[in-house]
Design a protein around this ligand. Structure first.
Ligand SMILES: CC(C)(COP(=O)(O)OP(=O)(O)OC[C@H]1O[C@@H](n2cnc3c(N)ncnc32)[C@H](O)[C@@H]1OP(=O)(O)O)[C@@H](O)C(=O)NCCC(=O)NCCS
Length: 151
């Protein structure tokens, strides 16, 4: 089940952040801020009363930024991130967004494979963007076509 996050989810998501993003992880204060700020959407995937995945987007006019998406390591490759992505894309379309942008580390093959599989294209590179010195690939998906993002 995908639902809006609430303050009680922040502790679990903070733990997932540490596990999934290491030195780039967001702390509880940042996550709590995302619950409250205008234009942010913070959703969790709950299974058997346990939060196993989450996504955070930021709406800015007609574009939405996928700021975070993560799935517990023991639950990856079950389609959970794809379901979360579909959910936030539907919501962003309703909010008037016509494209989604994101940044992903050039040395994160799992995420690169996920974005390739879900219709994102590489449009730019931010050199040495992350703390570990890796580049960020800027990726884009049109939201104006069908769910394969092929327009
Ligand atoms: C990237 C991530 C969110 C994917 O989550 P997931 O729930 O495992 O993804 P899904 O099961 O929905 O995958 C959908 C498709 O994406 C592709 N994909 C996802 N993970 C993949 C991997 N590790 N290797 C190859 N392809 C992958 C596949 O095509 C997959 O479909 P398939 O399983 O039917 O082959 C997850 O690996 C993760 O949490 N990584 C750490 C956090 C992170 O890097 N987030 C993105 C930062 S920008």
């Amino acid at each position: 089940m995908i639902r809006d996050a609430v303050a009680a989810d922040v502790e679990t998501v903070e733990e997932l952040e540490g596990e999934l993003f290491g030195t780039e992880s967001w702390d509880a204060d940042t996550l709590l801020d995302d619950l409250e700020r205008e234009g942010r959407r913070f959703v969790v995937f709950e299974d058997d009363f346990e939060v196993v995945g989450y996504a955070i987007t930021m709406l800015a006019g007609d574009l939405t930024d996928l700021a975070r998406i993560g799935v517990h390591p023991s639950r990856q490759r079950e389609g959970i991130a794809a379901a979360l992505l579909d959910h936030v894309i539907d919501a962003a379309r309703e909010d008037g967004a016509d494209r989604m942008l994101l940044e992903v580390s050039a040395v994160n093959p799992e995420a690169l494979a996920f974005y390739a599989a879900t219709g994102f294209e590489h449009i730019d590179t931010r050199t040495r963007y992350y703390k570990d010195g890796s580049d960020a690939l800027v990726m884009r998906r049109s939201l104006t076509s069908s769910s394969d993002g092929s327009s």
